[in-house]
Design a protein around this ligand. Sequence first.
Ligand code: G3P
Ligand code: MG
Length: 258
Amino acid sequence: MVSASHRSGARVSFADWPYPAFVAHRGAGVLAPENTLVALRTGHSFGYRMFEIDVKLSGDGVALLMHDATLDRTTDGSGRVDAQPFEALARLDAGSWHSAGFAGEGIPTLERIARWVLANDAMLNIEIKPTPGRERETGAAVALDAQAAWRDTGVPPLLSSFSAVALAAAREVAPELPRALLLSELPGDWLERCMALGCVALDARHSLLDAALIAQAHDASLRVLAWTVNDEARADELFAAGLDALITDAVDRIAASR
Ligand code: G3P
Ligand code: MG
């Protein structure tokens, strides 16, 4: 159910946090080929209604789902993702590397995934993951695509990135879309960094988090997400410490609701 306050790009506030507590990582990127439509369908079949995806640009600026800067690990192509136009990338097989049953699965555009998410009562956490050197361009392009796809409908996607440059560019073109700063280490000025980017959330490697840190974030009106939590006991521990949401590969072991 979409609340009226989330239509027309209304801001997501601490009090009005619309997202579920369980988010499927890379779609459901272990049971199915990561960052593909079939990965999201798989997560959905296990009851997950929010999906983290990695998004970057093709050579001709199309926002698409891919974790790595190169094609080699997760497709039958090779070289940098941004060395080819999307027309060429669309012909690649992004499923066979995972298992034969997924042969022929393609690299989806963000636009295609947005349509599926909106049609299937789901939400997105779009990780802006630029290829090196394209941080600003990627942040702006992804935010504009998201703004267009969610205009007047649905719960806006949560944009996250390890790149402050990408988040700042996203903020410039679509200030109303909620942002989260991703951290793999905890710098002393993490809170200032979140505030400077106008973030609504801290999205941290789970091993960085404890009750004191989560309380500190909450005191600053920041929500807290943890990645990537694949252990049920650790999930329980983090929620007991006040965690708002976790990102997991283990959609078959960690129930999508509590
Ligand atoms: O968005 C959280 C998590 O996905 C960050 O790590 O490498 O899986 O994109 P990675
Ligand atoms: Mg990611």
